[in-house]
Design a protein around this ligand. Structure first.
Ligand code: NAD
Length: 395
């Protein structure tokens, strides 16, 4: 029988659901040294929390998140709140001796991210994790492994784009459009994922942002209808009154990598026709790889060494047990996985790590996510000052 790992969760909306599902399923589909036990969920709305706890199987709920620090039983605290409170929540829990799993981006600002990295380094007995969940799509994990095996040889290009289209003028002023809550817009939300994915797949650090463009096309948005407890009502279209959106709608930038490769990154919420097109292509001397989350079970591989007569992109369905990461814990070949499986795979790997075993592929901790945050910051400086920014200048 695995030992138990009591977990507490702060935040009970979008990521609250994804993480709850992950803790529910991890020990059903994986043999783990530790089994997550859903101890307490914290949020702001008592009525919603009670219903949420009942639906998802949390034993307790509280509207006072700091109380979690005093719960001796709880070993891992999971943070699924907006970016401006990640540092406050994470540092309080690290100081209370808890392991912490935090949503991405690590924080809204580089200063917050730095204080989180430093608090994690100080809390020597605590492990930290950041929910860069796309690392745990089997296709992305396979790309990481293939690059490690040297299948691409020297890497020349990284081409990453994360395109969504939900942020048009009809979308109200949610927290994601306000700097004081989000830190940045599409940049921290979406570029964060593809910068992490590029670093993860190539194993190389970005050394310079050579140039960047940031644009806020929609500068005013309708103020959202706010529910009785100060939360935005579900399905809101917003009121007639307007407020200022002070974050980017899109950020594009060019980079250099330590190994000599060059990269391009683009994140936007206004790419009409693209709903969740999180994609990356890596071109190397020996071949290429490409992935698009909208077809998340597929990895495309191009092998320079194949006979030219039959050479082309190979479509790999990453669902073969024993051949593809995580596939053996799920369904038969081509019985495809979805968004939630990346989170379950990550919860399983966190339990492995806390139980003294190796995760299937590396888990990002606060120090690792801080490196992604430095790249994001460098791109914002580059866009603002219209100049190249070396990562050595962003600390
Ligand atoms: N990994 C991913 O793919 C992914 C996807 C979406 C969001 N996220 C990240 O997850 C985090 C949460 O995003 P979301 O989409 O779940 O947001 P959301 O708005 O759906 O939910 C936020 C939750 O936090 C609670 N909350 C807000 N302020 C709080 C405070 N001060 N104290 C306690 N609780 C508070 C809210 O009540 C709500 O339950 C963000 O950091 C976001 O960037 C990650």
């Amino acid at each position: 029988m695995p030992k138990e790992c009591p977990v507490a969760l702060i935040g009970q909306k979008f990521m609250g659901r994804a993480h709850s599902n992950a803790y529910l399923k991890a020990a059903r589909f994986f043999d783990l040294p530790l089994e997550p036990v859903m101890h307490t969920v914290a949020g702001r709305d008592a009525a919603e929390l009670q219903a949420f706890a009942r639906r998802w199987g949390w034993a307790n709920w509280t509207t006072r998140w700091p109380d979690i620090a005093a719960l001796d039983a709880v070993r891992l605290v999971d943070i699924g709140t907006p970016n401006h409170v990640h540092a406050e929540h994470a540092i309080a829990m690290l100081e209370a001796g808890k392991h912490v799993a935090c949503e991405k981006p690590l924080a809204g600002t580089l200063a917050d991210a730095r204080s989180m990295r430093d608090a994690a380094a100080k809390a020597k007995k605590c492990r930290t994790f950041v929910w860069y969940n796309y690392r745990r799509c089997p296709a992305v994990a396979l790309a990481h492994q293939l690059v490690r095996q040297g299948r691409l040889g020297r890497i020349y290009h990284v081409r990453a784009r994360y395109l969504q289209d939900w942020g048009g003028p009809g979308t109200p002023l949610l927290w994601r459009f306000q700097k004081k809550y989000a830190g940045s817009g599409a940049h921290g939300d979406l570029n964060a994922h593809i910068v992490d994915m590029a670093r993860f797949i190539t194993g190389e650090e970005i050394t310079e942002v050579c140039g960047a463009v940031a644009e806020t096309f929609i500068q005013e948005r309708a103020l959202p209808d706010v529910g009785p407890t100060g939360q935005i009502a579900a399905g809101t279209k917003g009121s007639r009154r307007k407020g200022k959106s002070d974050v980017d709608d899109c950020v594009l930038f060019l980079t250099r990598f330590k190994g000599g490769a060059v990269g391009s990154f683009e994140a936007t919420r206004l790419a009409t026709g693209n709903q969740n097109a999180n994609s990356i292509e890596v071109n190397g001397e020996q071949g290429s790889l490409k992935f698009n989350f909208e077809d998340m079970n597929l990895l495309w591989h191009y092998d320079v060494g194949t006979d030219r007569a039959v050479q082309g992109w190979t479509r790999i369905m990453c669902t073969s047990a024993g051949n593809h990461p995580y596939a053996g814990n799920w369904w038969p070949d081509a019985h495809v996985l979805g968004y939630e499986h990346g989170f379950v795979n990550m919860a399983a790997d966190m339990m492995r790590a806390l139980g003294g075993e190796k995760p299937v592929v590396p888990l990002p901790d606060f120090a690792d996510a801080f490196e992604t945050q430095r790249v994001l910051e460098a791109a914002l400086i580059s866009a603002r000052q219209r100049c190249a920014v070396k990562l050595s200048q962003v600390r």
